[in-house]
Ligand binder design. Sequence first.
Ligand code: 28G
Length: 642
Amino acid sequence: MEKFEHEYGAEQIQVLEGLEAVRKRPGMYIGSTSVRGLHHMVYEIVDNCVDEALAGYCTDIKVEIEPGNIVSVEDNGRGIPVEIHPKTKISTAETVYTVLHAGGKFGGDSGYKVSGGLHGVGASVVNALSNWTEVTIQRDGGIYQMYFEKGKTVKKLEKIGESEKTGTKVRFLADDTIFESLEYEFEVLEKRFREIAFLTKGVKISIEDKRGETPKKSEFCFEGGLISFVEFLNKNKEPLHKPPIYIEKDGEVPVEIAIQYTSAYSENIYTFTNNINTIEGGTHLEGFKRGLTKVFNDYARNHNILKDKEQNLQGEDIREGITAVISVKVKEPQFEGQTKTKLGNSEVTGIVQSMVNDVLSAFLEENPAVAKTILEKCISASRAREAARKARELVRRKSALETTTLPGKLADCSDKNPDNCEVYIVEGDSAGGSAKQGRDRKFQAILPLWGKMLNVEKSRADKIYGNDKLNPVIVAIGAGIGADFDITKIRYGKVIIMADADVDGAHIRTLLLTFFFRYMRPLIENGNVYLAQPPLYKVYKKGIQDVYCYTDEDLERTFKELEEKGITRDTLSIQRYKGLGEMNPEQLWDTTMNPETRILIQVKMEDAIKADEIFTILMGDEVNPRREFIEKNAKNVKNLDI
Ligand code: 28G
């Protein structure tokens, strides 16, 4: 019966089937139904505003999270066209919201999107996955509105008022029967919108969170675009030249690049394709690296900075201390790689390479002082690399003669299969002692570390090898460092950092993480690095079992639970652990080392920008940002964990 209630035309049936497919397999369209997918819903809508901005008609984008997790997005573009679409026989606006991939298939003229979230699926998918959607358009002197529920048109587009303005406003409530959670994270959205604002110069993006008692608000607008982006990334570093180098070229594949060298040793290149962060790099990055290497070598030769008999500088020498952002716009991007964030379009390599060649070499000719500063840095990097190579060969030769000896402090485990094994890197001798006694020696190895660690941010690879604190870590893990690091050789599947829950412990943790980040990055990328979580409190009383609490909230919860059993707070004793050393071996096992009961935090690479920022603040030469950071986080030590 129901089937005949509405008179659907062939087009409409197709539409309904299309959106039904989206609701049946949401993950295929929006990536996932976790909070990650939920945030993608917002990005999809905002991307439409960004497209309107890229077309040159929109300057202002306003995002609000209303109470009840309703999202509102508004732009001041031309407004989605309201007239009847010749093909679908319904308004263009309704078409955009009900026909899958309307942007690409309909419309004839500028039908392609250059912005677009990871999935670039468009408004109809958001509509299909929303409990309800309300679209308001100001255009042609009027205000128009339409309304949908779970993708189905409930109110067709109608004129509801007069207006001289233009623009589009969309409000939606994501469907809680589809998404695991509707709790948007302000900070996640904020970070993405900052990024979009950097990538789309001149556009103002504001975000306001109206859910809590005190609303949060941020506003981003960068006239400098990528130049501002690079300055932002380098805000805690010491630049070697100001302003950043900016090169740009329009054409079939528009390319924009900003570069600024700093006194640091790391290489930080971020690439974007159609405003999407291509974390795994790809052809644009490849073209950039090739172009950069050639331009600097040519310049050095032509200006006799490299003598005839001297070897070319290597790419890695030329990238030491570089911070760069590369943004390309590709009509039909192919994303490859494990997380589909690697650009695969092969034509892009040559385009970026020749653009860097032409524009950057011209820049260097016009700015010889900048060229000289950068090349001096490259040459000293090259010398350091040569010294490191010699040091490494020495180590290799040594290990070929002697049989590889494990560090004396290491209490190794008996199982030799890395998949089963874990190594605890423990701060201090006394905690190391307890850990050795408390562990399960079959699969748990203990490596105690103590004393002041080498500051890896300020050291080059040649020093790292010879360092008596880090050498045991390198040898125990057994897979080398830097370019030689070979993850298939790791001796333990889990590398667990166990340090006190205080500022000193946080410092050791950050130092080790910096070291892993810079010299064993695949270990972090592969998820092998963990942070042990020792308890902060023990709650005890004669006659009841000891309760360990890992956070303040945990402690409060424990009090409440015990109160429900009639045990009041004032009858309880609380021990606050100041360090691992205060626990006996058995306690350490129960609370922090027993796989059945312990809490391990896996260190994620997801946020390389953030990680690099914290490392730089804590380790770099600039003292003020470090002090500010420590002051800000002294109370909340957890924030020091990436
Ligand atoms: C507020 C939240 C999300 C948008 C526009 C403006 C136009 C448009 C959007 O056209 C149909 C398909 C391709 C042309 C285009 C207006 C041309 C002339 C637009 C948005 C017609 C879509 N006038 N603003 N779509 N195209 N903002 N914000 O969605 O051929 S979507």
